[in-house]
Design a protein around this ligand. Sequence first.
Ligand code: ADP
Ligand code: MG
Length: 743
Amino acid sequence: MNLETQLTKLFRTTDAQKKALARMGLRTAKDLLYYFPARYGDFSKLSYIKDIQKGEQPIIYAEVTHISMKNAWKTKMSMTEATLKDSEGQTIKAVWYSQPYIAKMLPVGSAAKFMGTVNERSGKPYLANPEYDLIDKIPVDKSGDLFAEDKQELLLYPVYRETRGITSKWLYHKVKKLVADGALENLTDPLPKEILKKYNLPSLASALVYIHAPKKMADADAARKRFAFEEVFFIQLVKQDQKQAYKESGAFIITPEEKTLRRYKDALGFTLTNGQEEATNQILADIGSETPMSRLLEGDVGSGKTVVAGLAAYATATTKPTGQSFGHLQVGYMAPTEILAKQIYADFVELLGGLGISVGLITGKECYKFPSKTSAGPVKLSKPALKKMVANGEIQVLVGTHALISKGVFFENLGLVIIDEQHRFGKKQRAALRAKPQEKKDAEKEKTKSKIQKKGLIDNTEILPHLLSMTATPIPRTLALTIYGDLDLTVLDEMPPGRKKVDTKLVDPTQEARESAYESIREELRAGRQLYVICPRIFEADSSKATSLLVKSAVAEAKRLSKEVFPEYKIGVLHSKLKKEEKNEVMDKFSRHEYDILVSTTVVEVGVNVPNATNIIIEGAERYGLSQLHQLRGRVIRSTHQPYCYLFADVKSDTTRERLDALTTAKNGFELAEYDLQFRGTGEMMGNKQSGVSDLAMEAIKNIKLVEAARTEAKNMIESKSIANYPTLNKYFEYVKENMYLE
Ligand code: ADP
Ligand code: MG
């Protein structure tokens, strides 16, 4: 056997089991060894029969003293009844329905661990359909001989995620068989011994034993820590490697004069916050060097990222290419949707256009440029015309959607790329924008060369543009350091002054509480404001089903509101089943105030800025992560009116209340993201699927020390190139580099 051997070759499986294994993605011995228990049961929570109460789910050790099967007279359903006796001599009945083979599996005299629910019949407790695990003989008692000898071993047992056809017990036995058959004998550990020793981590073989069959919880913890470290370490290696590769490319040196920066800042009409000043300084230091910047700017919506990006763009657009006494560098700014691209375009025409910078817009549909001779504002032009102006450098700043990275959009001297809401783009798309100079080179190799020679221009196609990525998705620092490990991080964690704080209220699910909230909102509607109602996300395995449920909930809620609560107001509904034009129409009507209320599901991106909508109701608020709630309520802070957020939540426990209360106290989204991470796990805030990080590593991301250790080790290894000294590690690294799917 080796680790790549198919499981179906290693042990007999039924068709149902084969299907189940395929469904779980378990093909090879290795897959199974790396299928880790979701948790551990604890035998020390053993019960004695005399203590058993109705409704409990005890675990008991007992011997079978009697067992018989009969068919129910009417239903013909088989029923097996057994009498179980524990080490104290007490007995209890156990009953199994429709499991005719039980009597064979548990003959009189056999001993097992039983787990089941206690029911009662004629006042007598019995175990209904208990699970069992055969053992050689029952322990005398917890402190008795049997336990004394191998006490620890009996205490913990692994619990695996099951699927139809495969039980946790089955999985455990198969793992044991693999180990017994020597699966761990020829393992090579990708982690160097020094690292294991330094961080006190078990070797690969030990960790595999510990994770499946821990003798004590500390072993299981150590194993999990090791695998988490390994995963984060390899992610960091890949990211640090990318970072190193960027560093080895050249970049334009952008060092704007003080008066240039002054001109931009003076035109703003407000002073930058300390956070913005700091971010600006970091960015200027980055772009002032010949190694390309790779920086991520994180900040809540409205924290002033665009203004910072505008300054970087201005500095770039007013700089001449290195070694050239004429012309200027260009900026490409990519936004994820047309609406956002247009918004940014308008912002940039205002911020930069006024300072004499030419700004273009390219989307799938249309192109604009500013300034123009024929109009005071931006004018439309054809795509080829715009492309030409970008290629010859006339357009200094080009804003766009994905259209920006389409083939044949070439810049003359791309100095800076800015990616807005970077998580909304794939790695490939982000790389494509950055690789524009390379693409240009490949496409026009000869042509460019001759042109360069003719004009006497410098050949700058080896130069990588500086990269400024931005995101408003608040994620905890450790997670950012992991999945964005190739980027340097700047966090804008303060809001510009004078911003109104959203008045956030937790509304209990009582009728009175609801009605009083509706009354407060009615006041606002009467005063001319508008309202969003966000309908609950319903967790449902089948996504098509989930969508239809969501649609129903939004549609039904809109109906209810218009009939019972706000009959005097116009209500629009937005959900994902609407066609694109229908969605746009609803949004347009809402922004023109033809609707007072917009009922929407969260699946629908409300990308439009409706400053007059200053109220938001979030139904089922307890279902969301805090950072998500924070982003949802971010929709109502776009005007000078006081914004309100009503969290309609079914608060059953104090922890839920405490968690939601954090929304009224936390200073920003990042604080909330940290809160989410500690109290809820990462799954909710940034889907593991989305980030490509396993559940195990996500757990580890709570542990800043571990993340920092993995990052430091990876960084040292890449920078010193010492990775070559570790053949196993290096081989594994090459493999991971090719196959890792992140984001
Ligand atoms: P973000 O891109 O982070 O969502 P923006 O840069 O678009 O934020 O800024 C949001 C709003 O706040 C804009 O109208 C902008 O003009 C304004 N703004 C940004 N920085 C400041 C500041 N320091 N003082 C006052 N207003 C600011
Ligand atoms: Mg912005």
